[in-house]
Design a protein around this ligand. Sequence first.
Ligand SMILES: NC(=O)c1ccc[n+]([C@@H]2O[C@H](COP(=O)([O-])OP(=O)(O)OC[C@H]3O[C@@H](n4cnc5c(N)ncnc54)[C@H](OP(=O)(O)O)[C@@H]3O)[C@@H](O)[C@H]2O)c1
Length: 277
Amino acid sequence: MVTILDGKAVSEKRLELIKEAISESGLYPRLATVIVGSDPASQMYVRMKHRACERVGIGSVGIEIPDDATTAKVLETIGRLNADNDINGILVQLPLPKQIDTDKVISAVKIEKDVDGFHPTSLGLLMSGKPVFTPCTPTGIMTILKEYHIPVAGAHAVVAGRSIDVGRPMAALLTNADATVTVCHSKTRDLAGELRRADILVSAIGKAHFITPEMVKPGAAVIDVGINHLDGKLVGDVDFDAVKEVASAITPVPGGVGPMTIATLMENTFTAAQRMQ
Ligand SMILES: NC(=O)c1ccc[n+]([C@@H]2O[C@H](COP(=O)([O-])OP(=O)(O)OC[C@H]3O[C@@H](n4cnc5c(N)ncnc54)[C@H](OP(=O)(O)O)[C@@H]3O)[C@@H](O)[C@H]2O)c1
């Protein structure tokens, strides 16, 4: 019988715990979000983050910069937020418009406020096994695995996708938790063969229903990061209905990894406030 890994329920529980912890701490953590341009998806994600802040008792400041801004203008905003002692966390909503140097912007965020965990130093510390802040989506996945007692140490984990925001930090977090990790990407020769060896399969490819039952070892835990649109519906990378017949555990889309990303952002922001105190 397959276990549905209910990220929505786990995130609800985590949000309640964070709310309690914040209230007991007497702190008033504050998150600043920076959005450049008017991409509707980015605006929706930022709105969801602000709503979560409100729910747990984190103050949030939304900074909106016009579409045609220069890198210098965005850097000036980051500099101001870095210097503001009332701001504990800074989140730059990605992707940024083409004319903006994304690497420069991410690198400008003060490490102590890097609640997204994308700063090169944060990623380097994660690789070294001594993380300070870790990216929210893969960290949320580690929380789901823990919550459902899915053994990670000694397991063979296969991560499909090697992006900086998901695939690479996911592989590092799993390695730090003593899994044996394989990372696959678009040039992997025998992708199905690699995936079939996974006890824990994480797909962060971004292709609707790409992962089929033939690619999944019977009894594997399958984590679907993908967010894709198919026939007007939101679906993951995994063909959920077919793969749930072979997996021992699986995340749905929506309601799996997505909500955990936001809950982790709240945790990171509270951690930043505690460290700044
Ligand atoms: N739930 C959440 O909170 C959350 C958060 C972030 C992202 N996402 C979703 O997760 C998905 C991935 O996001 P991302 O930012 O990591 O995407 P990305 O930057 O586009 O990376 C996609 C990765 O998949 C690999 N890939 C693409 N086609 C492949 C194929 N046919 N076979 C094997 N590997 C393939 C690419 O390989 P190469 O490196 O060789 O090009 C790349 O490493 C998207 O659907 C995104 O919307 C969800």
